[in-house]
Design a protein around this ligand. Sequence first.
Ligand SMILES: NC(=O)c1ccc[n+]([C@@H]2O[C@H](COP(=O)([O-])OP(=O)(O)OC[C@H]3O[C@@H](n4cnc5c(N)ncnc54)[C@H](OP(=O)(O)O)[C@@H]3O)[C@@H](O)[C@H]2O)c1
Length: 316
Amino acid sequence: MNISPDRVLLLGANGQVGRELQRALAGRDVVFATRAGTLADGTPCLAGDLADAASLARALDEAGAETIVNAAAYTAVDRAEDEPELADRINHRAVGEIGAWAAAHDAHVVHYSTDYVFDGHGIPGADGSPRAYREDDATAPLGTYGRSKLAGEQALAASGASHRIFRTAWVYASHGHNFLRTMLRLAAEREELRVVADQIGAPTPARWIADVTAGVTTSSPASSGLGGVFNLVAAGRCSWYDFASAIVEGAAARELIARAPRVVPIATADFPTRARRPAWSVLDGARLEAAFGLQLPDWRAGLDQVLDELAAAGPA
Ligand SMILES: NC(=O)c1ccc[n+]([C@@H]2O[C@H](COP(=O)([O-])OP(=O)(O)OC[C@H]3O[C@@H](n4cnc5c(N)ncnc54)[C@H](OP(=O)(O)O)[C@@H]3O)[C@@H](O)[C@H]2O)c1
């Protein structure tokens, strides 16, 4: 089977990153695939269900793309504890199958992974406080989702396919299921938002992940020597409490919410969830910066951009 050079297959085109990739890859030879075979606006596209090996194989064969971007994932972190087989099928075994197809057809794979591959205890830096995780630091996922994502990374590497894995964290956008949209909804309903202040990370806009992906997919991971795992996160760091406070302040300033509720810091222990989350989720972006000569801005700049997008779109 011949594959089309320059063609991109985008799996998971309806997710946060998938939708931003639709925008960022516009004008290129892109074939979209979603679980059900329709884009969010109802336009038909390829069906590529990662839970079903035959459906995935059909999508890969039908697209015949030189680059496969896999933005599909099982991302329900808490539910994964009750559906470990499904999470493993989508986040691990399907990724191995994508890698095997790519290796057999001399194609490349771009895949996304997560800070949840780490336990979040942090590694002490020179001054004794935790330093940002590097790509080659020891992994130790705390839960089913993180384990399935780590197994997916490993299966892709073992497939022998030319590939890049972008590890990202705290992803949000003006659309989809994310912390920012949850905070805006709750801010309209409540006087007070109680938000965890002892988990630290860098909120990263899906838009930035897509823009970086689109910028680097023209170079082959294998022949450029720039393959493997790269951390891809906004610069800076904050707690969920800091993020929520900035969301409320920025949303009130743009009149996205009628009034700003009080934001109250709480401890993780006060907000029990089915799956444990890493307390320290800060990823070091130095490898990405050095490899591709780009620097992601501070998380606050990303928040301003996404809130501006929401304000420009007007009332939902
Ligand atoms: N969200 C975060 O905070 C975060 C943090 C770190 C890393 N990541 C990683 O970043 C990548 C993109 O995440 P995201 O935030 O864009 O996730 P998302 O918004 O939850 O989107 C995931 C997409 O995958 C699709 N999907 C789920 N099961 C599927 C299946 N069986 N077959 C085909 N598609 C399926 C979903 O389709 P439906 O719309 O049909 O459900 C959805 O469109 C993922 O690899 C994720 O693990 C995310």
